[in-house]
Design a protein around this ligand. Structure first.
Ligand code: SF4
Ligand code: SF4
Length: 348
């Protein structure tokens, strides 16, 4: 699809026009941090943001939602709860957050389609925003292969100074641009500036992983009995913050809430975390991952091995949110490099 130019002075009008027909979600500044939230006008948004505390997944997979309502008694009935969502534009998502949506889609649309997720996803338009420099020292998106995107968005903006170069990713994006934005064709000098921005981006990000990412599943598997996991678990507080802020964690718990009259109730889905002790507790009180070391190792294996083998794409997008929010600074890139170096040493 063709490339268009959106002058920066036209962006406020673009967003304010979108607000006529859509709820616009964008990066907002809050208490010195950034969060994705509903905007009332363009001036609420901070497009020059490094990263948000939470990813955008809550807009497709809310932390708590009703899946069905039921009635008991003589006339038993069960009704699925699928809301008709308001059309949304997610504005300003960085490449790592676009990649994480691909993984959520794989889980909730391909394998066992989930009606609520599907409805929200269908009503959401993605306007991505390129990262030209790392958000901070915790990001390792380049190592995870998520620094670049070639799909998964309707529009994708790259800052080229006084304008954005807009890559059109879908028919819906093209129509939206025609209807709501004031764009024009790029000039040769703007195309050169875009090329320079891409070059600068490549130079600004360095690789931190000491091995080829494709070898991660095997490296993890070889580390299964390493004493390093015990060492790491001694530090880990088992709080689950890392999974709560993770862009790609989607594990949930489901329980029934029955009214006091025992006549009706609802089935509720809530986010869960594999780091919490209760997560692996099953009927009879058996816990199949009773120790912290098993839970912590599982978290890393799920990201770097199990999801990769299941969906063909690494289950971590390198956003670094987990490290930023971990009180003891457990950092995936350091963990991966540590187990790799340990294996190199024992092979020498
Ligand atoms: S945030 Fe850190 S301390 Fe808390 S469970 Fe995750 S790794 Fe452990
Ligand atoms: S594991 Fe950490 S770096 Fe990877 S996607 Fe989750 S929060 Fe981001």
């Amino acid at each position: 699809m063709p490339l268009k130019i959106l002058p920066k002075e036209s962006v406020p009008l673009f967003v304010d026009n979108l607000l006529r027909d859509y709820e616009v979600i964008g990066p907002l500044r809050k208490d010195g941090f950034y969060v994705f939230g509903s905007v009332r006008s363009f001036s609420d948004m901070e497009l020059d943001y490094p990263i948000t505390i939470y990813p955008a997944k809550k807009f497709f997979l809310p932390p708590r939602e009703s899946l069905l309502r039921f009635k008991t008694g003589e006339k038993v009935s069960v009704e699925p709860v699928v809301e008709e969502p308001q059309p949304k534009v997610l504005f300003g998502l960085h490449p790592c957050d676009l990649h994480s949506t691909w993984l959520l889609d794989a889980a909730f649309l391909q394998e066992t389609p989930d009606a609520s997720y599907e409805a929200r996803r269908r009503h959401t338009v993605f306007v991505g925003l390129d990262c030209l420099k790392p958000c901070d020292e915790y990001a390792f998106c380049k190592d995870m292969g998520t620094l670049y995107v070639n799909g998964g968005y309707d529009l994708f903006l790259t800052d080229i100074g006084d304008a954005y170069a807009v890559d059109i990713g879908s028919k819906r994006g093209e129509e939206m641009l025609e209807r709501y934005a004031d764009t024009r064709e790029p000039t040769p000098s703007e195309l050169k500036r875009l090329e320079a921005a891409h070059k600068e981006k490549e130079e600004n990000f360095s690789n931190r992983l000491k091995f080829d990412i494709h070898n991660l599943p095997a490296i993890l598997w070889n580390s299964y009995d390493s004493p390093y996991w015990e060492e790491l678990a001694q530090k880990c507080l088992g709080c689950g913050s890392c999974t709560l802020v993770c862009s790609t964690c989607y594990c949930f718990d489901v329980f029934d809430k029955v009214e006091l009259n025992l006549q009706k109730g609802e089935r509720i889905r809530v986010w869960d975390s594999c780091l919490l002790e209760e997560f692996a507790k099953v009927a009879g009180g058996l816990n199949f991952r009773p120790s912290r070391v098993e839970r912590l190792r599982h978290r890393f294996f799920r990201k770097g091995k199990y999801l990769t083998e299941r969906f063909g794409k690494v289950g971590c997008v390198g956003c670094g949110r987990c490290t930023r929010n971990c009180l003891v600074h457990i950092n995936p890139i350091e963990v991966y490099n540590h187990i790799y170096e340990e294996q190199q040493k024992s092979a020498a």
